[in-house]
Design a protein around this ligand. Structure first.
Ligand code: TRP
Length: 332
């Protein structure tokens, strides 16, 4: 069976972009793949996290994944820091990857910004840890958004260099799984930028914890343009906000964007936005209710995660031992 690995950072509330762009797709993968889903808290601390918030967010992300339909019995859902092999393999990869490779990572450049000297060393070597996440399970496929493609390329480079340095055919070359259109959710304030938890404006995103009133207000205030909605997707040229809102509608109702255009084309934004808000509430409310219910039962969530990490350790342990032997470490 093909094996999927994917990770999500517990750095704040999940938003509609995380749901439509990642988690909802993961739910669909569980039928066809052997899936491992990880809450990557080691990655989260590459930037400062308030300890109490980190713990709460880690639980909440796990609960939201389960509430969205990822079944812990059929998949592995776990927390990265509970499987020490991730950090151990990442160290070995720190010694395989070259400084030059990491210097080219656009996500590092963006996140470090002008204050490169002040970025944590962890932020710089972040992609090595991500490669370790994936290769520790010899995952064959990784569902990711566009922004993570470069990190997957690096994962392939690391696998290849490890194999050739040690003269082995050990790590597979992973393939990205890129999902179709409508999954890249953009900011409600600027249709050219990705919906992001780091955007200072709360109006830029629909958070998974937003109530019906917040959702309606945010869509009502979402940026638009003065033209009626287009009747075909060709009409989105030069209209990123219209494209984004219609894309969200299509994704939430699981119809092609052309069908959404056929339904709303020629109409005004105001009426469309009301329908969009109603639709979003109807899709998100059951997930929110279930997330809240799970968050009320910490012992259950923690138990699921402990079980997940136990199963993850069972898969990762023998692979890490083989790697250690290949590198020339004495058996423990
Ligand atoms: N870097 C990914 C992100 O920010 C999260 C991540 C960490 C990940 N490890 C991974 C994704 C392994 C896929 C596979 O979105």
């Amino acid at each position: 069976m093909k094996r999927i690995f994917s990770g999500v950072q517990p750095t704040g509330n999940l938003h509609l972009g995380n749901y439509l762009g990642a988690i909802r797709n993961w739910v669909r993968l569980q039928d066809d793949y052997d899936c491992i889903f990880c809450v990557v808290d080691l990655h989260a601390i590459t930037a400062w996290q308030e300890p109490r918030e980190l713990a709460a967010n880690t639980r909440e992300v796990a609960a939201a994944m389960m509430a969205s339909g990822i079944a812990p019995e059929r998949n592995i859902i776990f927390v990265q820091s509970q499987v020490p092999a991730h950090a151990e393999l990442a160290w070995i990869f720190n010694c395989v990857a070259r400084l030059g490779w990491l210097s080219r990572m656009t996500q590092f450049k963006e996140k470090a910004g002008k204050h490169r000297e002040n970025a944590s060393v962890g932020l710089f070597s972040y992609p090595n840890l991500m490669a370790a996440d994936i290769l520790l399970y010899k995952a064959t496929h990784v569902p990711v958004g566009d922004d993570q493609k470069q990190h997957l390329e690096l994962t392939r480079d690391i696998a290849q260099k490890f194999n050739s340095d040690f003269g082995v055919d050990f790590f597979p070359l992973v393939e990205p799984l890129i999902f179709g259109s409508g999954t890249r959710v953009m900011s409600l304030r600027d249709g050219t930028r990705k919906m992001s938890k780091s955007d200072p404006s709360a109006y830029s995103r629909i958070e998974m914890t937003d109530g019906a009133d917040d959702i309606a207000r945010k869509f009502r205030k979402a940026k638009t343009d003065p033209h009626p909605l287009p009747e075909t997707p060709a009409g989105f040229a030069g209209r990123p906000e219209a494209a984004n809102l219609m894309g969200i509608y299509a994704a939430l109702s699981d119809i092609p964007i052309a069908d959404a255009c056929a339904r709303f084309g020629g109409g005004q934004f105001s009426a469309f936005k009301r329908d969009l808000a109603d639709l979003a509430v109807s899709v998100l409310a059951p997930i929110q209710d279930e997330t809240r219910r799970l968050m009320g039962d910490e012992a259950y969530v923690d138990g699921v995660l402990r079980d997940g990490s136990r199963r993850a350790r069972a898969l990762a342990g023998p692979i890490l031992e083989e790697v250690q032997a290949i590198v020339g470490f004495l058996p423990a």
